[in-house]
Design a protein around this ligand. Structure first.
Ligand code: FRU
Length: 491
């Protein structure tokens, strides 16, 4: 084991004892200490789910990347394991960037991007990016002597060796495939496909997907899978331009559905949509669970707003709740993994509650670790209510709310009064069409986050909130008259 890895392992062990469990999310994986970004190496190995993450243990801000590591049997109770990868080799000495994992002949195999500072022909410093492999037993990993297994020599013409990262590896019909993100000579993202018989000797196959500057500029963290008879590509894009409420400025993750011709590795795009319409979501990864579900987890943060927290925070960065994906009518649906049902307790139910131009609260409905489902419909079909709002993480000083305006066919999340002291994005909206006031909203709260699943996962909105946990009230407001059915569980 290298000294760099040993130091990181000792550091996280020493520092984590200063973090009270109650100051962390309860069932969302957060950084053990220091900083976390992308989920990495999401996989099932030796009877457990493994989740690694981009990790800078020494500071709550981004720095030389390590891979943090945690395991879980139910995707909600996570146990930290020691740092898995540290930047300790000539080809990754400035960072171990994102990647994925698979099982190979009983071993756990990580494929990741190694970063090395390099000075280009104009004298400017860039990060040279190559793809590397590490084999392990689920705790300790040894980087392969053939690393880097994919380097700039395999890039197609115009491919930028300083923007070439985030390999997603999978096996199909006895062949290993890998897709990785790359920038081309037009400063536009592309996804490259490589193949290998042994995961060590790789061959460039083709440019699998091209951005042509339609969705931001550089692309990152690709994923690709078949689901419910469709093929789906997930991509996270930098520098997006807004498109109605579909895409917003900055960093954004989106999916494309398409047809896939396996023989020629050709993906023909059909449709595209945002993955999450809230404020904090990026770099998702998926796995196929042992029982055949496609499960996704994302980083619940945004690069444009994540650097504004205090330097003294002992941890920063958390994942979304793991979400089961499905495709219905060509659209991707997301719902919290069903494992959450075993987590629920203290059920409270209300039926046919009328809110008539008022704000009300209901006995037993409060908390900051909550699974709350609210079904709404207009009391009068001919006089649809104007606005419904659900306030939560609330006390006399703070609150965050979700509101639905049937006439505008939109749902909004607003954390302006959540305790944030920064001029960052605090609101986002999503269209929810043709419901005439009939809508189903499921809200998952876990102390410092809110995830809203609208109409059984048709639209999702995620946001982190800095609010003190004592702010645990929930209330319901309506301009007009609405009928509500409510089921609430504590988590
Ligand atoms: C995405 C990303 C990846 C990269 C990692 C670095 O959030 O920029 O492309 O591998 O973060 O931490």
């Amino acid at each position: 084991m290298s000294q760099v890895l040993r130091d990181a392992r000792r550091h996280e062990e020493e520092k984590e004892v200063f973090i009270d469990r109650k100051d962390r999310p309860k069932f969302h994986l957060a950084s053990r200490v220091g900083w976390m970004n992308d989920p990495n190496g999401f996989s099932f190995f030796n009877g457990k789910y493994h989740l690694f993450y981009q990790y800078h243990p020494y500071d709550s801000h981004w720095g030389p990347m390590h891979w943090g590591h945690a395991v879980s049997e139910d995707l909600l109770n996570w146990e930290y394991l020691p740092v898995a990868l540290a930047p300790d080799m000539p080809y990754d000495r400035d960072g171990c960037f994102s990647g994925t994992a698979i099982e190979m002949q009983g071993e756990h195999v990580l494929m990741y991007t190694g970063i090395v500072s390099d000075i280009d022909e104009n004298g400017e410093t860039h990060h040279l990016q190559t793809q590397n492999i590490a084999f392990g037993d689920g705790i300790n990993y040894r980087k392969h002597e053939m690393n880097p297994v994919i380097d700039a020599s395999l890039l197609p013409k115009g491919g930028n060796k300083y923007a070439f990262r985030d390999p997603k590896i999978w096996r199909e019909d006895g062949v290993y495939y890998c897709i990785a993100a790359n920038d081309n000579s037009e400063h536009s993202g592309q996804i490259l496909l490589f193949s290998s018989m042994d995961a060590l000797n790789w061959k460039f196959e083709k440019v699998f997907l091209s951005n042509d500057r339609r969705f931001g500029l550089m692309w990152e963290c690709p994923d690709f899978f078949e689901l419910d008879g469709e093929h789906v590509a997930l991509i996270s894009a930098q520098d997006m331009l807004p498109r109605e409420l579909e895409y917003h400025n900055g960093f954004g993750s989106f999916y494309m559905t398409g047809d896939y011709d396996k023989a020629t590795h050709t993906f023909t795009e059909k449709d595209n949509h945002a993955m999450d319409y809230g404020i904090d979501f990026y770099a998702p990864q998926t796995i196929l669970s042992p029982d055949g579900r496609r499960i996704m987890i994302g980083w619940m943060q945004n690069w444009d707003s994540c650097s504004v927290h205090s330097k003294f925070t002992p941890w920063f960065g958390q994942m979304t709740v793991p979400r089961e994906l499905s495709v219905k009518n060509g659209k991707l649906y997301q719902n919290p993994v069903r494992e959450i049902e075993a987590f629920r307790h203290d059920r409270v139910e209300y039926r046919d509650v009328i809110v008539d131009n008022a704000e009300i609260s209901l006995s037993g409905i409060k908390g900051r670790t909550v699974d709350l489902e609210v079904e709404l419909e207009s009391v009068d079909e001919n006089d649809i209510y104007r606005k419904f709002s659900l306030f939560f993480a609330k006390n006399s000083n703070f609150s965050t709310h979700i509101s639905y305006r049937p006439e505008e066919e939109s749902v909004k999340i607003d954390r302006k009064f959540s305790g944030s002291r920064r001029a960052i994005v605090h609101q986002r909206r999503a269209f929810v069409r043709e419901n005439r006031g009939k809508i189903k909203m499921r809200l998952i709260l876990d102390r410092f986050s809110a995830e809203l699943f609208v109409n059984d996962g048709e639209k999702v909105m995620s946001a982190t909130i800095p609010t003190e946990t004592a702010a645990d009230e929930i209330s319901f407001y309506c301009r007009g008259r609405v009928r509500m059915n409510i089921v609430k569980y504590s988590l």
